[in-house]
Ligand binder design. Sequence first.
Ligand code: ADP
Length: 384
Amino acid sequence: MTGLILTLNAGSSSIKFSVYDGDARLFRGQVERIGPNGRLTVKDDQDFEHPVTAPDLSDHGSAVQAILTNILPLLDGRKISAVGHRVVHGGMRFDAPAVLADETIAYLETLTPFAPLHQPHNLAGIYAARAAFGDVPQIACFDTAFHRHHPFVNDTFAIPREYYDQGVRRYGFHGLSYDYITSEIAKQSPTLAQGRVVIAHLGNGASMCAVRGGRSIASTMGFSALDGLPMGTRCGQIDAGVVLYLMQQENMTADQISDMLYKNSGLLGMSGVSNDMRTLERSDQIGAKQAIDYFIFRIQRELGAMAAVLNGIDALIFCGGIGENSTLIRERVCSGMEWMGIELDHTRNAENTPRISAELSRVTVMTIPTNEEVVIARAVRNLA
Ligand code: ADP
């Protein structure tokens, strides 16, 4: 495939996009606040912001149309030959990207109850792109696909079997990020790529993944993207009894609990200060300190669990906004983990170099900036 590839990541009120030529990104941008006050930005790879005209950004359809209208004149006559979509859920069926035939889209619709806050918006992006692009091939890349071959014990909950059979499973998410990181490890060290690796994707959403020989065998996220580590506003692991208590004693509705666990919990809910790690690191409020303490505690706990599941660990990789940038969080995660063979080089850590472990550390510790969009572009190139 020699044409250009458009990647789309459609959320509830935004659509992020990039235009790729091979692995090189030519343009990127987003429509924010889809609706009457929507705003479109388009930047090139030098971060130059191009002027745009976007009279209508009232819904996903008009937003995709506006993206198209504004980027086509920038492409020197080259055509968009395929479109790749980030889709949160591929269900039990997809362990790899898929061409979006009618029947595939119908299946993805059936997964909406599994990811009600994301799947409908991803689908809205797909419908909008189909309308705007006609018969240009469209490909879906799933956040769940990378984890689809977890062993049964890491795929299930201990509830009656019928729920497992109907799809109540530990899907795991952030798969595009983990896919990218494993491909980078393979480039940098084929030996490590065959080994036992724990990847910590620490952003506003956060999860960890245990990878052996390039394949995911466990994820801290489960049925939904709520499980595991505390996140910017999501709670992470929680005892199901808490949800029962909120329903039975506090008379909270499902929507209220959902709002609380997705939007008002995590670092924000615990600190009462912010969901943003930079703000928390600068804050002298006790809540901010406790939120960071809990974040570190959960990461270390999961790190121990993942090393156990992998029967050891050869590498620990940090990625995501916090993992890639926060010297403090990396330092604290690794502190006390010498028993596991993790020894940080503090100077390298402070300098954000790719390898941040000490020369003699048995476990290699690295930061690798993640790139979910290039994974989509590559998948589209392979399939379209
Ligand atoms: P998303 O999951 O929305 O893609 P990102 O991966 O961009 O999020 O991560 C956002 C998080 O990264 C925020 O909590 C932000 O504070 C944090 N972050 C970014 N740069 C730094 C930094 N230099 N130090 C600490 N945290 C940082």
